[in-house]
Design a protein around this ligand. Structure first.
Ligand SMILES: Nc1nc2c(ncn2[C@@H]2O[C@H](COP(=O)(O)OP(=O)(O)OP(=O)(O)O)[C@@H](O)[C@H]2O)c(=O)[nH]1
Ligand SMILES: *[C@@H]1O[C@H](CO)[C@@H](O)[C@H](O)[C@H]1NC(C)=O
Ligand SMILES: *[C@@H]1O[C@H](CO)[C@@H](O)[C@H](O)[C@H]1NC(C)=O
Ligand SMILES: *[C@@H]1O[C@H](CO)[C@@H](O)[C@H](O)[C@H]1NC(C)=O
Ligand SMILES: CC(=O)N[C@H]1CO[C@H](CO)[C@@H](O)[C@@H]1O
Ligand SMILES: [Mg+2]
Length: 798
């Protein structure tokens, strides 16, 4: 009996195997075409915290470039809730995604599997299935679970939330929290994608959530006449009432565009089969399970979601777009801004408000930061002018305000109170950036100012001096205008007076104008010095030339000649040369004095040469006059004395005239010079003296002839000396005695007188002197004595 039964069972098993395995195989081949095998798309790092993308899997996605767009079906849920098996079942397999038989989590990170399926109407769809790591596994943080949930949700065009046996409050709350965090995460991702300017189509609606299907496995409870979806909706309504929270709070019904619920019965009653469902055959599975599974399948695959034309629902993406989106989401998830889990709701609100404020301010600062970036005030990119600053500020402010609004969308109790705080923070930051920008403007204006000063300096240096004031002023006025207009051109946008800010444009413009004047004055002074040096040097030069030219003359020359030479050089040097060299200075006010100085200098030199010439004339005159005297002497000496007075005088006068004429002849050109006259006078008087001498000589000659008689008179007079009291009477006596003796010998009375006179003056001289010197002394002494007596007498008498 037992054996019979066993045999029967065995037979039945074989029969069922044959019947069931055949359609299963057929189903597998007919239902779908595998595009690539299940592969791991994302895996965690060693800390089970950050997410890492498997690049070779990304390449598989990118290789789908030419394929049609993909519908993405993701499944999430607590660990070991049969997610992998459910996905396998949806495509009629049991072991494509690995199903874990042990208590340890099987699927790690996110896996994917691409297939092409035919729906019931025979239409083809490309399907990308995402199998994920389950929630609540040990050693894994809530944040990690939330990241997996958020990424899968945002990638999926349809999401399955998998749970076991029942839906309870905590499951609802957990899903709601995850959804809320995903919403915030989506915002951050959206912002990030705007920042990096993702142009990929489909990334614009990251914020759109997929349709949700809640699948409850191993479900055997009685829900009456309600469909599972109605049952779920009732649960959600009750949940939001229970929470006693502002009904503006977005519940998952508002987050997901549509929510459906499906329940699945236990796949099998057999424990071993349940443990190893990946090895299960179709007829191992409970027919109720299969029926409910088929309902789920048709709901999923024939849904509008997959074949969507609906704007509300996520559009299908190409493989490369999915990988771009995936990279973005992973990058944001790995950033330190992933929304964290609050302990209680109010804490959550506060936290969201705080983080929204922070994010908004950071965004504001980020937008404004162009102001504070160092190279932002180069010439090519000057700091913002007030208008531009206000515009940027307005934009940044609007952006931050909008971001704040977006981040706290639906969280009214966080949004309203934080608004004031936001405005205060924005204002503070506005002040800060305004100050920074003003500082930049100051630096910029100062820099332009410095550059203009440098440029002015080098251009002033390049002006070659000396230069005439007229040209100088012309060049300077052009230069000045250029420098100032250049400064204005580069900085004029900062000429504003709003907000009582320092007007650095004006400040540096004023300084620039002052400094320009100062530098120009300096240059002008330099120029003036140069011109004066030039003038001084020119005077020296023409003086030297004048001297060397005049030195070429063989002095003495006549005054006229000297004057005409002077006039010649004077004209040449002063009126031509000097004027030429100093042309640059002609219009200067101080030119005239210098010209006068040059004139005076030449005049002085002329005088100097006149003097030298005069000296030379003097020398020549002297020489010639001496020569004439010598000639005269020579001629006179040839006259043999004694000669008749008339004759002597006559011939000597002839000689004299001859000598004078010869002097005059030889110095004819210089006859108007003073030396000429002086020497002529001297010559004349000298000749006169010579004549005198010659005449005296004749007298001496005569004296010798009558010397005998005169000696007698001399002896006589010596003997009679004491008789004479006075010289006069003595002389008279000598004269009378001499005349008496020589009257016969010398008939001519004048000659006779001369001879006697010479005799008295020469021969009696000695005697006279000794005699009358003594008598005079005695006489004087006598008179003094007389007076003394007289004076003493009168004193005594008194
Ligand atoms: N009772 C029951 N067991 C199931 C069901 N589906 C799968 N199992 C079993 O549960 C275990 C885990 O199944 P998986 O499909 O790996 O579950 P999972 O959610 O993918 O697990 P992790 O990947 O580890 O999170 C396996 O032993 C399955 O045989 C189901 O619907 N009901
Ligand atoms: C990425 O996935 C491929 C299979 O698709 C696997 O061979 C490879 O080891 C994985 N790489 C990493 C770093 O996990
Ligand atoms: C959790 O981590 C601890 C040490 O960090 C380790 O000993 C333990 O095996 C881990 N458990 C699991 C389930 O990974
Ligand atoms: C920015 O400017 C617009 C109009 O140009 C104005 O409506 C808006 O209020 C301004 N925003 C701020 C923050 O000043
Ligand atoms: C000028 C003069 O005195 N001439 C006299 C020189 O001496 C002779 C006699 O020896 C006189 O006759 C001249 O008159
Ligand atoms: Mg799994």
């Amino acid at each position: 009996m037992k054996l019979k039964n066993i045999f029967l069972l065995f037979f039945l098993y074989i029969l069922i195997s044959i019947i069931s395995s055949q359609p299963q195989q057929q189903q597998k081949q007919q239902n779908f075409k595998e595009l690539f095998k299940p592969v791991q798309l994302i895996y965690p790092d060693s800390n089970h915290d950050r997410l890492i993308i498997n690049e070779s899997s990304i390449n598989l996605l990118n290789s789908l470039l030419n394929e049609d767009r993909l519908s993405v079906l993701g499944v999430v849920g607590t660990f070991h809730s049969g997610k992998s098996f459910l996905l396998n079942q949806l495509l009629g397999t049991t072991d494509s995604f690995t199903v874990g038989p042990t208590v340890h989590p099987q699927t790690i990170g996110i896996w994917m599997w691409a297939c092409r399926i035919n729906d019931e109407r025979g239409k083809q769809h490309n399907l990308l299935l995402l199998d994920t790591e389950g929630f609540y596994s040990s050693n894994v943080s809530e944040t990690y679970d939330a990241k997996i949930f958020a990424i899968t949700t945002l990638l999926s065009s349809h999401l399955i939330y998998n749970s076991v046996k029942i839906i309870d409050q905590s499951a609802l709350e957990y899903l709601e929290l995850l959804s809320r965090r995903t919403q915030l995460f989506a915002l951050k991702s959206q912002i990030k994608s705007n920042e990096i300017n993702q142009e990929i189509i489909g990334l614009n609606n990251i914020l759109n959530f997929p349709s949700l299907t809640w699948v409850v496995q191993d479900f055997f409870q009685d829900i009456g006449d309600e469909t599972p979806t109605q049952w779920l909706n009732n649960l959600l309504k009750a949940h939001s009432r229970d929470k006693d929270i502002d009904n503006s709070l977005t519940s998952i019904t508002k987050i997901f565009p549509s929510i459906e619920c499906h329940t699945l019965f236990l796949p099998s009653g057999d424990r071993n089969i349940l443990r190893h469902l990946d090895k299960a055959k179709l007829n191992d599975l409970n027919p109720i399970y299969i029926k409910e599974l088929n309902q789920l399948k048709s709901s999923l695959f024939n849904d509008n979601d997959i074949d969507n034309n609906n704007n509300n629902i996520k559009s299908k993406l190409t493989g490369p777009s999915i990988s771009t989106l995936l990279r973005l989401l992973v990058e944001v998830a790995n950033g330190n801004k992933f929304p964290t889990v609050p302990s209680i709701w109010s804490g959550f609100i506060k936290q969201q408000q705080q983080s929204a404020l922070e994010d908004s301010i950071i965004a504001y600062k980020d937008k404004m930061s162009t102001i504070t970036i160092e190279e932002s005030y180069s010439i090519s990119k000057p700091p913002l002018c007030f208008k531009e600053f206000e515009k940027l500020e307005n934009q940044s402010n609007d952006y931050a305000t909008n971001l704040y609004k977006q981040l706290l969308f639906g969280l009214e109790e966080a949004y309203k109170p934080g608004q004031q705080k936001l405005h205060k923070l924005l204002k503070e930051n506005y002040q800060y950036f305004l100050k920074e920008n003003n500082f930049k403007i100051q630096n910029y204006c100062q820099r332009i100012f410095n550059e203009e000063i440098d440029s002015l300096q080098s251009r002033l240096d390049s002006i070659i001096i000396p230069i005439s004031s007229k040209h100088f002023n012309h060049q300077i006025s052009i230069l000045k205008n250029e420098i100032i207009s250049q400064y204005k051109e580069l900085t004029k946008q900062y000429d504003h007076n709003e907000n009582n800010q320092n007007n650095y444009y004006q400040v540096y413009l004023k300084t620039l104008e002052k400094d320009i004047e100062r530098l120009i004055d300096g240059k002008q002074l330099q120029n003036k010095n140069k011109i004066e040096i030039l003038l001084t040097k020119s005077i020296d030069m023409i003086s030297e030339r004048y001297k060397s030219s005049m030195n070429q003359l063989e002095l003495p020359v006549t005054l006229e000649q000297l004057s005409s030479e002077d006039k010649k050089y004077y004209d040449q040097l002063l009126n031509v040369k000097f004027k030429q060299i100093t042309e640059v200075a002609h219009d200067e006010s101080y030119y005239q004095p210098f010209e006068s100085m040059a004139e005076k200098k030449l005049h002085q030199l002329f005088q100097y040469f006149q003097e030298i010439n005069e000296e030379k004339i003097m020398e020549k005159s002297k020489f010639e006059s001496e020569q004439s005297i010598l000639d005269f002497k020579k001629s006179v000496s040839q006259i043999i004395l004694p000669v008749e007075e008339e004759m002597l005088v006559k011939s000597m006068n002839e000689f004299k005239i001859r000598s004078i004429n010869s002097y005059k002849n030889r110095l004819e050109p210089f006859k108007y010079s003073k030396s000429y006259t002086t020497q002529l006078n001297r010559l004349e008087s000298s000749l006169e003296r010579q004549i005198e001498l010659k005449l005296n000589e004749n007298v001496t000659q005569m004296k010798w002839i009558v010397m005998e008689s005169l000696d007698t008179v001399r002896v006589m007079m010596i003997s009679r000396t004491p008789i004479f009291w006075f010289q006069h009477s003595y002389e008279n006596e000598a004269y009378r005695e001499a005349e008496k003796r020589i009257i016969d010998k010398i008939k001519s009375k004048p000659l006779r007188d001369k001879v006697i006179k010479q005799f008295i003056n020469n021969d009696l001289k000695e005697q006279l002197d000794s005699l009358f010197k003594l008598s005079t002394i005695l006489l004087t002494l006598g008179i003094i004595l007389l007076f003394s007596i007289l004076i003493s007498y009168t004193i005594i008498k008194k």
